[in-house]
Design a protein around this ligand. Structure first.
Ligand code: SAH
Ligand code: SF4
Length: 444
């Protein structure tokens, strides 16, 4: 979502004459768009600011001015601390405020130029939705686009900062989303990934006066001519309703890959996390999804070392992974976040135990991912070509299962979906060459 937000900030700043620079050194404005989800993410922000301070000083010594801003969830959660710890920062604003950038820039450049008010802090959750104030014009890079449909979260998992930094759940009206999708397809998008912290909790006002769920929205988007691929992320198991599950079988453009985080395989831990589902519920949902779309590739997030997690709890996570079988996954050591209920729990797990568990879990997940990738050898897959690769004659694209594919082919294929004969699958990618269209599996 930060990638989407950054692109939208660029859209907001374009009328003021700003355009993306290749590197921060020498730029007139640098915005650090931050993530607060784990501890090292916010430490990285302060580290990065130290580096940017020198560039800002260099620019000032040359008689120029670099406006330095911190955006995103670290700004939202630690705005005052940033202003105090890094007083050379000109603007600090949260993820719900960036449509007000033009006004902030005016204030920041005025105060940076002379005496008076110093630094602009905007971490309000405004009453108006930023989506009603963002420009319609969007600059699209490549044939794959992100589109935020939902933001915020009301789930309050005990480890997570998102409900505090992104605020309450909010769904954009369906017509606004469909219009944005049409514009993206008009400017060349073939694939759209719908975004939300809790994307399948989507319940936006539909043009028919009813509330639309994500399944209904996806069916409407699938009618847009030229939109070949639809994806969505990130989903919560609790909101995986039957209509959405059946869309996986009924909508060919909906890609056979789903990121559905389970976090843990132990009911005791899931309950302490306030995930509001049991491991068996998750297994049932996976069965239903695979009944609707037998080739669905699954991915998940896992947290190891949640306070109180025993070896037996952790074994249940390994068991669940073994049973479900993942094509990809993200796994993290539990990281204590200030202000969240889990941070106050006793029985925090030792660093060494967290590392051991992460190592064991990742070994299993890597094995599954490598086997899944290897199973593609000999198949012909439709690949959306994104860019050139490192070596001449190399292209990089994405399979329907979100695998990176290294292709031998002509750069004029960038932006197209082409059939690729896969010759091998590795831990993190596939390789293959472009095939004549007639042999392609499936439509998209
Ligand atoms: N809304 C999504 C997840 C958003 S956060 C969901 O409910 O699944 C992305 C991932 O970061 C989470 O799935 C979780 O695995 C990880 N994460 C969040 N808070 C964390 C913490 N305090 N420590 C370690 N990992 C965390
Ligand atoms: Fe965080 Fe996801 Fe839980 Fe919401 S549902 S609190 S975003 S982990």
């Amino acid at each position: 979502m930060n990638v989407y937000d950054s692109a939208r900030m660029a859209d907001v700043l374009a009328p003021l004459g700003y355009e993306p620079a290749d590197a921060p050194d020498g730029a007139d404005m640098v915005i650090v768009n931050t993530c607060h989800i784990r501890e090292n993410a916010s430490e990285k922000t302060f580290h990065e600011l130290g580096r940017l301070r020198q560039m800002k000083q260099r620019k000032a010594a040359e008689g120029g001015q670099m406006v330095l801003a911190v955006a995103g969830c670290v700004a939202q959660a630690e705005g005052a601390e940033i202003m105090a710890r890094a007083p050379f920062v000109d603007m600090v604003f949260g993820p719900q405020a960036y449509h007000r950038l033009p006004e902030m820039v005016a204030r920041a450049t005025r105060s940076a130029a002379g005496p008076g008010e110093r630094g602009v802090l905007d971490t309000d959750f405004p009453v108006e939705s930023k989506f009603d104030h963002l420009p319609e014009e969007q600059k699209l890079e490549g044939a794959s686009a992100f589109l935020t449909v939902q933001e915020g979260c009301d789930k309050f998992c005990t480890f997570c900062v998102v409900p505090y930094t992104r605020g309450a759940e909010f769904s954009r009206p369906a017509a606004q989303i469909v219009a944005e999708a049409r514009r993206l397809v008009g400017s060349g998008a073939k694939e759209i990934t719908l975004l939300g912290q809790n994307v399948n909790a989507y319940h936006g006002a539909g043009p028919d006066g009813r509330d639309w769920g994500l399944g209904r929205l996806i069916r409407a988007l699938a009618e847009i001519d030229g939109l070949a691929r639809i994806r969505y992320t990130t989903s919560h198991p609790r909101d995986m309703d039957d209509d959405l599950i059946s869309a996986h079988g009924a909508v060919p453009a909906l890609m056979p890959y789903l990121h559905l985080p389970v976090q843990s395989g132990s009911d005791r831990v899931l309950e302490a996390m306030n995930r509001k589902h049991k491991a068996a519920d998750y297994r049932r949902i996976v069965d239903k999804l695979r009944a609707a779309r037998p080739d669905l590739a699954l991915s998940s997030d896992f947290i190891v070392g949640f306070p109180g997690e025993s070896e037996a709890d952790f074994k249940e996570t390994l068991k669940l992974v073994g049973d479900v079988g993942y094509a990809q996954a993200f796994s993290f050591k539990y990281s204590s976040r200030p202000g969240t209920p889990a941070a106050l729990l006793e029985m925090q797990i030792e660093e060494q135990a967290k590392s051991d568990r992460l190592y064991a879990l990742q070994a299993l997940l890597t094995e599954q991912q490598t086997a899944f990738n290897a199973s593609m050898a000999g198949r012909t897959l439709p690949v959306l070509v994104e860019k050139t690769g490192k070596l001449p004659g190399q292209l990089i694209g994405k399979s329907p299962y979100l695998q990176s594919v290294v292709i031998r082919g002509n750069p004029r294929l960038i932006g197209q979906i082409v059939p690729v004969a896969i010759d091998a699958g590795y831990a993190n990618s596939l390789s293959g060459s472009v095939e004549p269209v007639a042999e392609m599996e499936g439509a998209a």
